[in-house]
Structures are given as structure tokens and as C-alpha cells.
Design a protein around this ligand. Structure first.
Ligand SMILES: *Cc1c(COP(=O)(O)O)cnc(C)c1O
Length: 443
């Protein structure tokens, strides 16, 4: 007999320490055992199906058990699974680095395993660049209010989510925070653009006072995911670039969540004026969707100028950073297949058509009297529930799950961020479930 949901959740509760979780909550809130996935759906051990409305924590792009990625991985597995990348190289890592370079207008791809390791790499590289130039005082970092850049100690230092960071404050570096351009914070009657520029004025004042102690500004371009899909006007990114140039501070674009088509363009930065031409960050961090949600992989790409500052006869001026699985061949091969799917299937255009097809359905949900700040960007739909009570997020999770929809609200922000293979009908179903929960007064 096959073990049931109940067996797996009990065994998991005893053997696995689940992430981002107070484990005691699982005395009452059940863990959901997943037996398999197909397309945008997850299936439990008793055959119940859940629409994956969070793309399995923002990583899945082309569905679970995607036949093309599966085939590419099987082929790679039978050729080469992994080899040390210090002093060695292999086909998938070279091809992927060339492709990412062409797509971002940056280069010299440096690999890590998770998003947080990409943040660490970018921070260390930026600091080390200034040091190699003899500007040892430039050791500080700036991030936006409500930012999220990962949870290892360096990344947590530039993350502004007190629930995750306050406990560890004595272990973290002091970093500067500046006003978030999040348009929900605009004054009544103030446009998103005007508010973004007002927020940028605070950045300018900080640079004016402290730029000689600052190495880099790190931002999540266009949308601060963990802040509750806080979207903002690209004017902020344009102004930040001007200021970073004027005051000689690096700009790090953390596209870990927003990269690979999530915001409607392949990279969110493109909406600030075109990555390959004028507007460019000094570092771009990529992860999450990079392998279509299959394997942990992250990459940091940078400018020729940064690379050149490390290129020297002296070993210590090089970037002596590594992870065991740096440039893993299987993960790089999955990423290559992801990029091939984008090209072959016209994914960005198809996503735009899908979003347009459900615009009226989303507008109906947005018009619900309990909803405010309804917003959509690429393949993200989000809104706040005005009268949400403490514990709202957990109750919506459970109630939606019972209706076959997986969503994980961030406090009173409900969002949908499904895999791109989701159909128009499935999106409409998801909006319907949320509409009904609001009608039933779930708060
Ligand atoms: C998820 C995320 C990270 C951290 O990535 P992990 O793989 O979870 O370490 C960093 N930055 C942003 C914007 C993210 O959304």
C-alpha cells in the first residue's frame, strides 16, 4: 500500500526542519505532501490537485515535469553531471555564459548556487573592486526600505524585513536604507513617477553626504517581491543610474525574482531603457527562474571595467570566492533549455497575450469593495485586502488550498505569480477562487 498524505506529513514533521517556518505551527496547520507535478499543477498522494499560484516560490517558469527540460537534463546526465570549475570548463557553462552576456549586455558570468549566494558575490565584488582601486573607505551598502536580497549574513544585511533580520542584528553589517519608490506609498494625487523621483531625492541626499564610504546600491528592479509585490516606476532606476554614475557608487540589480520574463520583459531592467544599449547596472544577479525551477543555480554578471580591476599578476587582486557546485553542468544545461524555450515558443509575447485576455477578469476582482491597490506587471497579479485581520495570510492559504489553489499571501497582500504555462482558463479559475473568498468574508 502506498503511504498516504498523513504518513508523509508526519514523517516530514519529525525529520525535516522546514524553511521560514515556526515548526510548532505544524501541530495544527498541516504540511502538504506533494507526490508529483504536471504543468502548472501539483498533485498530492491522494490525487488532489493544486494550481501552483506561487510558481513553487517564484522559481518555476514552464511547468513541473517539463518534457523539454527533462530531456535536456537526461542527455546532460549521461554526458557530464559536474566538474570542478576552477581550472576546468565544460560546454553548458560556456554556452550559458555567452548567452547571458549577449542578453544582458554585461559579461564575465560568475556562478553561485542560490539567490543569496549571488547577492554575496555582488557585494563582495563591489567592495573588492573599490579596494583594488585604492578606495578602501568605500565599504558601505545601500538598499531600499522593505528590500529582500536573501538570508545569509551579507544578504540579510541589505534585507529590510525585520521578521527575518531583527533577531540577527548583532551579526549584521550596518547598512544604509533609503525610501522605497513603491507607488502604494505615494500621496493622494501624486503619480507613481513623481513619487519615484521624490524617493530618489533621498538617495541623492545620502550620496551627497556619504558616497565616499559607499560601495554599492542594491535594488530589486521594478518590483520588490517579498515586500508584497511592491511595484514602482522605472524613473527610479533611471535616476538611480545617473546618481550612481555621478557619485561613483555601483548599482547592483537583483533580478533574482524578477528576471526571466516575470515582469513582461526578459529582464526587469530593460524597462528602464534597454539593457543592451544605454541603461545598465554594474552587476546583475540572476537565480530562481534561471533553471525553470529545476535546480539551484545563480549567476552574477558585471562590466568589463569591474573585471579589469581584478585582472592582475597578483593572486590576491583576483576574486577568490567559490562554491563547490559553482557552474554545475546539469543546472547550466537546464538554464540553456529555458532560454531556448523562451526563443522557440515566443514566451514573452504569449504571456502578454495571456495577461491581456484576463484583464477584464482581474478588473472585476480589483473592483471588489474589499480590494485596494490592485496591480499587474507581466505575470504578477497582486492586491491588498483592506479589512484583513492578523493571521489573514494563513487563513487564505488554507481556504484557497481547499479549493485547489496554492497562494501564500504576504500579510494582507494577495498575489498570483503562476508558471507561464498556466492557461487563460486556469487564471480565471484562480481569480474566481479569490473572489469567492472575499465574498465569503474571509479576513
Ligand atoms: C528569493 C530572492 C533572493 C534569495 O534567493 P534564494 O535562492 O532564496 O537564496 C534574493 N533576492 C530576491 C529579490 C529574491 O526574491
Amino acid at each position: 500500500m502506498n503511504p498516504s498524505n498523513q504518513d508523509w506529513l508526519e514523517r516530514s514533521r519529525h525529520a525535516v526542519w522546514h524553511p521560514c517556518t515556526q515548526m510548532k505551527r505544524h501541530e495544527t496547520l498541516p504540511i502538504v505532501p506533494i507526490a508529483r507535478g504536471e504543468g502548472a499543477w501539483l498533485v498530492d498522494f491522494e490525487g488532489r490537485r493544486y494550481l501552483d499560484g506561487v510558481s513553487s516560490w517564484w522559481v518555476n517558469l514552464f511547468g513541473h515535469a517539463n518534457p523539454r527540460i527533462n530531456a535536456a537534463l537526461l542527455d546532460q546526465m549521461n554526458t557530464l553531471e559536474h566538474v570542478i570549475l576552477a581550472g576546468f570548463t565544460q560546454r553548458p557553462v560556456v554556452e550559458l555564459s555567452e548567452k547571458l552576456g549577449a542578453l544582458t549586455g554585461l559579461g564575465h558570468a560568475f556562478y553561485g548556487s542560490d539567490g543569496a549566494s549571488a547577492t554575496e558575490i555582488a557585494l563582495k565584488m563591489s567592495y573588492h573592486y573599490w579596494r583594488n582601486l585604492g578606495r578602501e573607505r568605500k565599504t558601505g551598502f545601500v538598499s531600499l526600505e522593505n528590500s529582500y536580497h536573501g538570508e545569509t549574513l551579507g544578504a540579510l544585511s541589505v534585507t529590510d524585513v525585520p521578521l527575518f533580520s531583527a533577531t540577527y542584528a548583532p551579526l549584521l553589517r550596518q547598512t544604509q536604507r533609503v525610501k522605497s519608490p513603491d507607488w502604494r506609498l505615494a500621496e493622494p494625487g501624486e503619480s507613481a513617477e513623481a513619487y519615484a523621483l521624490r524617493a530618489a531625492a533621498e538617495l541623492e541626499a545620502l550620496f551627497e553626504a556619504r558616497a565616499d564610504e559607499l560601495a554599492a546600491l542594491i535594488v530589486e528592479p521594478l518590483c520588490q517581491g517579498a515586500a508584497g509585490m511592491a511595484m514602482y516606476h522605472p524613473a527610479y532606476l533611471r535616476r538611480a543610474r545617473e546618481l550612481c554614475d555621478r557619485y561613483q557608487v555601483h548599482l547592483i540589480a537583483d533580478e533574482i525574482a524578477m528576471g526571466f520574463g516575470r515582469t513582461g520583459t526578459l529582464f526587469a531592467c530593460e524597462q528602464a531603457g534597454g539593457l543592451r544599449e544605454g541603461w545598465k547596472p554594474d552587476f546583475i544577479c540572476l537565480s530562481k527562474g534561471i533553471t525553470g525551477g529545476y535546480l539551484p543555480l545563480s549567476a552574477v554578471l558585471t562590466t568589463d571595467a569591474v573585471y579589469a580591476a581584478f585582472y592582475d599578476d597578483e593572486v590576491g587582486r583576483g576574486f577568490l570566492h567559490s562554491h563547490s557546485y559553482t557552474g554545475n553542468a546539469l543546472a547550466c544545461r537546464a538554464a540553456l533549455e529555458v532560454l531556448a524555450i523562451f526563443e522557440d515558443d515566443g514566451v514573452l509575447a504569449a504571456n502578454r497575450a495571456k495577461a491581456a485576455a484576463v484583464a477584464a477578469d482581474f478588473a472585476r476582482l480589483a473592483a471588489h469593495p474589499r480590494v485596494e491597490h490592485a496591480r499587474q506587471l507581466g505575470m504578477i497579479w497582486a492586491f491588498e485586502v483592506k479589512d484583513a485581520q492578523p493571521g489573514f495570510s494563513g487563513r487564505v492559504f488554507e481556504a484557497a488550498l481547499a479549493r485547489g489553489l496554492l497562494v501564500r499571501p504576504v500579510s494582507n497582500t494577495v498575489y498570483l505569480m503562476p508558471p507561464y504555462v498556466v492557461s487563460i482558463g486556469e487564471l480565471q479559475q484562480a481569480f474566481d477562487v479569490l473572489h469567492r473568498l472575499l465574498d465569503e468574508g474571509l479576513a
